[in-house]
Design a binder for this molecule. Sequence first.
Ligand code: C2E
Ligand code: MG
Ligand code: MG
Ligand code: MG
Length: 275
Amino acid sequence: RAKSPHASGACFYQADMDAAVRERRRLVSDLRQALKAGQLSLFYQPQIATGTGRLRGHEALMRWQHPSRGFVSPADFIPLAEETGLILPLGEWALRTACAAAAAEPRLGKVAVNLSPVQFRQAGLAVLVADILAETGLPPDRLELEITESTLMQDPGRTLEVLRAIKALGVSVAMDDFGTGHSSLATLRAFPFDKIKLDRSFVPEIDSNPQARAILRAVVGIGRGLGIPVLAEGVETPSELACLRDEGCAEVQGYLIGRPAPLAALSLSEPAAAA
Ligand code: C2E
Ligand code: MG
Ligand code: MG
Ligand code: MG
């Protein structure tokens, strides 16, 4: 088969593909073990009120400590978990773990947990949330669920139904990564969000670039018009924070305030403000 140089090139390419497929399979099978092997954990990142600087809550972020690869980023393993359906047990574990942590530690404030679109396709998501709240004893108003626009795009009718059921429990819902999707404005109008999380790609240069500043101002204005507070993600400098305060952005989250960290490493001296 490999007679011409082109054909042999295709062969090498094929070999690379095979290697990539094998590599992926290995990672998937490792991920399958990760939960029961205790390799998964949650880190928590603080969210504060911009005006007062008071702690409002924490976002729970999954971490995978692989035995030989070391730390694997959620950006790498969450998509894999979604493709294989592993996100269902992983997501349920994250929800239960975060709710239990928040119930045991009132100073965490409100805990925000990310939900995958795949979890919305599962029957009984709202019932699962209700069960976990009952089981852990976490008051519903201390839980926030973060969803991205891709969740809403897949099956808008069903998603709206599930969101309403979740909100009926007293749990709040935040739109994550706002501004990165294809129809952010339309989804804001159609879905009952309690918070808009402005994607962190919009934050750099808000203190120096008039265009960046104008977009921030517009998003905060939309939030104000709709009665939905805006949280800015990825705040890294005091000057960005000052801009966000000036523009009336309600909450901030980012390395400047605090990096995601294990529960035991958080500085929780200040009691969280009532959500
Ligand atoms: P996300 O929900 O938008 O989470 C925010 C991401 O921004 C986190 O990345 C966080 O560590 C990072 N970040 C926070 N502040 C800063 C900053 O000041 N600068 C920079 N450069 N980055 C900052 P992380 O932890 O790597 O998570 C990546 C994504 O993985 C999350 O994005 C979320 O979509 C997903 N993810 C994480 N945990 C879970 C989970 O339990 N379930 C699901 N379904 N997805 C999760
Ligand atoms: Mg999030
Ligand atoms: Mg985000
Ligand atoms: Mg994200």
